[in-house]
Design a protein around this ligand. Sequence first.
Ligand SMILES: Nc1nc2c(ncn2[C@@H]2O[C@H](COP(=O)(O)OP(=O)(O)OP(=O)(O)O)[C@@H](O)[C@H]2O)c(=O)[nH]1
Ligand SMILES: C[S@@+](CC[C@H](N)C(=O)[O-])C[C@H]1O[C@@H](n2cnc3c(N)ncnc32)[C@H](O)[C@@H]1O
Ligand code: SF4
Ligand code: SF4
Length: 324
Amino acid sequence: MKDRFGREINYIRVSVTDRCNFRCIYCMPEEGILPKDCGDILRFEEIARFLKAIAPLGISAVRITGGEPLVRKGIVDFIKMLRAIPEIRDISMTTNGSLLAGIAEELKKAGLDRVNISLDSLNPEKFQRMTRVGNLKDVLDGIRAALENDLSPVKINCVVVKGFNDDEVADFARLTTDNPLTVRFIELMPVGEAARGKMETVSQDRITRFLGMKLEPVKYEEKGEGPAVYFKIPGAKGYVGFISPISHHFCARCNRVRLTADGKLKPCLDSEDEVDVKMLLRESASDEKLRQVFIEALAKKPAGHKMNVVPFERTKRNMCQIGG
Ligand SMILES: Nc1nc2c(ncn2[C@@H]2O[C@H](COP(=O)(O)OP(=O)(O)OP(=O)(O)O)[C@@H](O)[C@H]2O)c(=O)[nH]1
Ligand SMILES: C[S@@+](CC[C@H](N)C(=O)[O-])C[C@H]1O[C@@H](n2cnc3c(N)ncnc32)[C@H](O)[C@@H]1O
Ligand code: SF4
Ligand code: SF4
């Protein structure tokens, strides 16, 4: 369905937990966040019920995110519940990949179509510095398992942070030469930790200069619902993409809303506006009521973010509580 700016909304990003086994410097405070009590988090049955109710409004793509979605027990059965909703054609997940190797096959069998895996450094020490606790090998094993189990296209999300990993972008891009991977460089957004830590964004133009290689603009032939733009190193097997919310404002093409783990419908990543659907679900609201509330929430969707205007702390939530 269309929002008040005429944008077709067909994609929902569902955060299934605010917990995570990593502490990425731009996403989580070192001490972690105080996780919500179990009772405050939507049960998988509740999320599935909500999605089933709103899918007929035109929601056909669901992305499972977090926190880290693979730390939540029962995720395989949740994917089966989503697969049973006929209107939903694309089920994807954004994950740090560290637990993927052990579960990729089950996820695929349950009906997960594809994964995007976050990876900010190819150097083990630097990787650990950026995630504070992560082990690079686990993520590389996860990427391999995703490819072996055809959770494709497998996309690598690399958030470029000035002074941390901007020297590695060419190494990342070269991964696409011989591997059927899509590597995407993401501009850091001043949200939560990233704003508090005063970390600096590296713009798409600057990343392109650092890459120092020929990139051909291409039509992306793989599945994708997001704002990335895509290129190819001539002759490469994979793609190089950019997600540039700061330098290439893409909100006019926005197609999504978010559901947080604690049951709030969030019409925009960069807004405090939230609509409580947990209460409705627990009061046994009808499907019609859920659809009505979804439509009301959509009416609050802004034209776009204001990160360029107010470049400091954005929302009360950290990114791990929004889902990216
Ligand atoms: N500003 C803004 N950034 C977003 C939005 N959605 C995703 N992003 C950014 O894009 C990054 C990658 O998102 P993913 O979770 O991989 O999902 P996607 O790019 O929508 O997925 P595809 O369907 O594979 O294209 C996130 O980590 C965010 O940094 C959005 O609505 N607004
Ligand atoms: C919040 S994480 C949740 C899913 C999973 N834990 C992961 O890391 O893929 C989703 C995405 O948000 C990105 N992200 C987190 N904070 C960000 C920020 N301030 N700016 C841009 N992207 C950010 C992460 O790099 C990751 O790709
Ligand atoms: S980006 Fe993902 S893996 Fe890193 S701390 Fe945030 S939720 Fe965890
Ligand atoms: S910042 Fe808000 S309006 Fe812009 S693309 Fe993201 S969710 Fe859409």
